[in-house]
Design a protein around this ligand. Structure first.
Ligand code: FES
Length: 110
């Protein structure tokens, strides 16, 4: 039997944009960044490898420019598809990816 967990509806993630969802867990939970490209969704922990800050400038609001996700704290730029930092203070580091599935119009943890 599947134990997948629904995070949100696909339509709640703006196409070409991003949102954040809170994942509850017994250890207090964590925030996930969901980035959407059409029917594909990329997910990363909402914690910057530079100084450990959230990347959003307000809850669920992210800076995205020219195919990059930009940390609102100090401007590190990350590839949306790989999470790799290609400019800024944590150059070469990366966001921690989380696998998510898109099925039946929902974004789910497998
Ligand atoms: S915490 Fe993200 S660039 Fe500094």
């Amino acid at each position: 039997m599947s134990v997948s967990k629904t995070l949100c509806k696909l339509e709640e993630v703006p196409d070409g944009g991003a949102t954040a969802v809170q994942v509850d867990s017994s250890s207090g939970g964590f925030s996930l960044i969901l980035l959407r490209r059409g029917e594909r969704v990329f997910a990363y922990h909402n914690e910057c490898p530079h100084a450990g800050r959230r990347l959003d400038w307000a809850p669920g609001r992210f800076l995205i420019e020219a195919g990059s996700l930009i940390c609102a704290a100090h401007g590190a730029m990350f590839s949306i598809e790989s999470g790799r930092c290609h400019a800024g203070p944590c150059l070469g580091a990366g966001l921690v990816a989380v696998r998510v599935d898109v099925a039946d119009g929902e974004v789910r943890l497998p």
